[in-house]
Design a protein around this ligand. Sequence first.
Ligand code: ADP
Ligand code: ADP
Length: 228
Amino acid sequence: TTMLEVSDLGHTYGSGDTAYTAISDLSFTVETGELTCIVGPSGCGKSTLLRAIAGLHTPTGGTVRLKGETVAGVPEDLAVVFQDYSRSLFPWLTVRDNVEFPLRSRGVSADDRASRAAEALEWVGLGKAGKKYPWQLSGGMQQRVSIARALACRPSLLLMDEPFASVDAQTRFELEDLLLRVRRELNATVLLVTHDIDESVYLGDRVLVLSKPPATVVAELPVDLPPV
Ligand code: ADP
Ligand code: ADP
């Protein structure tokens, strides 16, 4: 079944002389259980696209449908992992409380919050770190906490915006393999945006390549080559 349907999406910032079209006529779908990567040069409109999918801004053209429903406002069914883990975790909350935090606003009971946070921290290899504070952890571990927090929400769709761009290469490989393992175990549907073509091919079941602005899909991998 189709999880996400982006149709003729466009986004223009500003108006008149200063209008800037970041994306234009962008259409694609993401099937349930698929890990789709979107790759394109820096500044091509990837974050603009993700913000529209996450309901953080209204696109100036086209539609985004999540499980058939037009996205308007932030869907509870969706979780986002951002590049900047250092600003996305609350420093005054323990790791466990950070992971539980979005479950509070979703009305999950205290017992369920605790068990779901513990489970999610196990998934990312931080089963013993629940009582620590984010600043006591390395950058890679903080990003693991962000991933655990997203997974604890059991989102229908996990959005990831350059999630491994701010960690060192060794940590990036570890986190990439963690993502591949966890999404298999959970059969998660993931949309990951990156400027790194290597990373997109390594991770994605499918890769959509965006053009320079105004961004639109210019190619899709794997390519079905004609038989030789
Ligand atoms: P990417 O995530 O691919 O690096 P962005 O979606 O952040 O690209 O930005 C695409 C283009 O839109 C960039 O040229 C950027 O300068 C411009 N842009 C992004 N946000 C705004 C904004 N709030 N107002 C005006 N222009 C913006
Ligand atoms: P080999 O050099 O034997 O082919 P790999 O290329 O599989 O070994 O590299 C080993 C590890 O490096 C992989 O498990 C993976 O974590 C990481 N890795 C390899 N290629 C990439 C890539 N393009 N992007 C991210 N990580 C990669």
